[in-house]
Design a protein around this ligand. Structure first.
Ligand code: HEM
Length: 345
C-alpha cells in the first residue's frame, strides 16, 4: 500500500511537472519528496533535480575541477560569489546580472567592483547544463553547487545541499553596497550584518572561516599597516613579523591591487589554519582579527575551538553554509530559470 501510494505520488508529480513545464517553461518541481506540491510549500530540497537533471552536480564538479587545476584560487572566488549573492535580496543569482535597460548591476558595488571573480566559470557551467537539461537548473542553484564543490575540491567538508532556488528578475546595487560587510568592520558591525540575514554568532565565526582560502587586495587591509586608528600607527593587534611581511607587499602609496593570501599558511587548502593564524595575530583583515580582539566571550571561544578541532569547524561550516544558502530563495512560480546567468530571459 505504501509502495503504491509513493508510486502514485511520483506519477502525479511527473505528470504535473511535465504539464507545468510546458505551460511555464523553466518550471520544474524536481522531486516532490519534501512537501512540494502536496505539502503546499515550495521549500528547497536536495533531490530537486533528481529526475529533471540528475547529472547536474557532476557537470558542476567537472567544470570546477578543470578550472581549479588551471587556477586553484578560483575555488575561493566561487565560494565568495555565493556569499555575495545570498546577502543581497537572498540567494537568487542577482549578483550575476550585467547592466541592461532594466538592470543596474551589483557588479559595480563597492564590495564587488574589481574584486568579484569567477563569472566565466559560472557561464561555462550554465552552458553545459543548458546543453544537457535546458531551462532546468537555476543560476542561483549553480552558485550554491559551485560553492559546495569548491569547498570539497579544496579539501573542505561536504554537505547535503537543498536545491530549487529560482533566479531573480531584479538586482540591487544599493543593497549590495549596504548588506555586505566591510573589511574594516567592528565585531558589532559584523554581528548586526549577519543577524539581519538570520545568521548568528556561530554562523559568523564559521563562515568567516571561508577565508581559509583565497586572496585579498592591499586596499582592503592597508589601513591596518599605516593608519589603523587615525594616528598614523599600525594596528597594534597585528603580529610584528606578519606586519613587516605585509608592508613589503603593500607600500604606503600605490600597489592597491597587489594581493596577499587570507591564510598565508595554506591559501589553497580548505582547513582550520585560518583560526590558528587569528590566535597568533596573523588574521589579514580587521574583520578576521576582531573575532578574537572584539572580546566577546562566546566568539573568542568559538575561534579557539575551531583552531583546536578541525572537524568541529567543518561541521559548523557545513551547517552555516546551508543556512546562508537558505536566505530568502525564490521558489515555485516566483522568478525564473535564466538561460544565460548574465541576463533575464
Ligand atoms: C564576515 C564578513 C566578511 C568580510 C568583511 C569579508 C571581506 C572580504 C574581503 C575584503 C575580501 C578580499 C576582496 C578583495 O580584495 O578583492 C574577501 C575575500 C574572500 N572572502 Fe570574504 N568577507 C566576509 C565573509 C565571507 C564569507 C561569509 C565567505 C564565504 C563563506 C567569504 C569568502 C571569501 C573568500 C573565499 C575570499 C577570497 C576570494 C578570492 O580569492 O577571489 N567571506 N572577503
Amino acid at each position: 500500500m505504501a509502495v503504491f501510494s509513493v508510486t502514485l505520488r511520483l506519477v502525479a508529480i511527473t505528470l504535473l511537472s511535465a504539464t507545468l513545464s510546458l505551460a511555464h517553461p523553466g518550471f520544474n518541481f524536481g522531486w516532490g519528496g519534501h512537501g512540494g506540491i502536496f505539502g503546499g510549500s515550495f521549500g528547497l530540497f536536495p533531490e530537486f533535480y533528481q529526475f529533471s537533471c540528475p547529472q547536474a552536480n557532476d557537470i558542476v564538479l567537472s567544470v570546477l575541477q578543470k578550472a581549479i587545476d588551471k587556477e586553484p584560487r578560483i575555488a575561493a572566488s566561487l565560494l565568495r560569489l555565493h556569499f555575495h549573492d545570498c546577502f543581497v535580496q537572498g540567494c537568487d543569482a542577482s549578483v550575476l546580472l550585467d547592466d541592461s535597460a532594466t538592470i543596474v548591476s551589483e557588479k559595480k558595488s563597492g564590495p564587488n567592483r574589481n574584486s568579484l571573480r569567477g563569472f566565466e566559470v559560472i557561464d561555462e557551467i550554465k552552458a553545459k547544463l543548458e546543453e544537457e537539461c535546458a531551462s532546468t537548473v537555476s543560476c542561483a542553484d549553480i552558485l550554491a553547487l559551485a560553492a559546495r564543490g569548491s569547498t570539497v575540491l579544496s579539501g573542505g567538508p561536504n554537505w547535503l545541499l537543498p536545491l530549487g532556488r529560482r533566479d531573480s528578475k531584479t538586482a540591487s546595487l544599493s543593497a549590495s553596497n549596504t548588506n555586505i560587510p566591510a573589511p574594516n568592520s567592528t565585531l558589532q558591525n559584523l554581528l548586526t550584518s549577519f543577524n539581519r540575514q538570520g545568521l548568528d554568532e556561530a554562523d559568523l565565526v564559521a563562515l568567516s572561516g571561508g577565508h581559509t582560502i583565497g586572496m585579498a587586495r592591499c586596499t582592503t587591509f592597508k589601513q591596518r599597516l599605516y593608519n589603523q586608528n587615525g594616528n598614523n600607527q599600525p594596528d597594534e593587534t597585528l603580529d610584528k613579523s606578519y606586519y613587516l611581511g605585509l608592508k613589503s607587499v603593500c607600500p604606503i602609496s600605490g600597489g592597491d591591487n597587489n594581493i596577499s593570501p587570507l591564510d598565508f599558511a595554506s591559501p589553497a587548502r580548505f582547513d582550520n589554519t585560518y583560526f590558528r593564524l587569528i590566535l597568533w595575530g596573523k588574521g589579514l583583515l580587521t574583520s578576521d582579527q576582531v573575532l578574537l580582539t572584539g572580546n566577546v566571550g562566546k566568539i573568542v571561544e568559538l575561534v579557539k575551538s575551531y583552531a583546536e578541532d578541525e572537524n568541529l569547524f567543518f561541521d559548523q561550516f557545513a551547517k552555516s553554509m546551508v543556512k546562508m544558502g537558505n536566505i530568502n530563495p525564490l521558489t515555485g512560480f516566483n522568478g525564473e530559470v535564466r538561460k544565460n546567468c548574465r541576463r533575464l530571459n
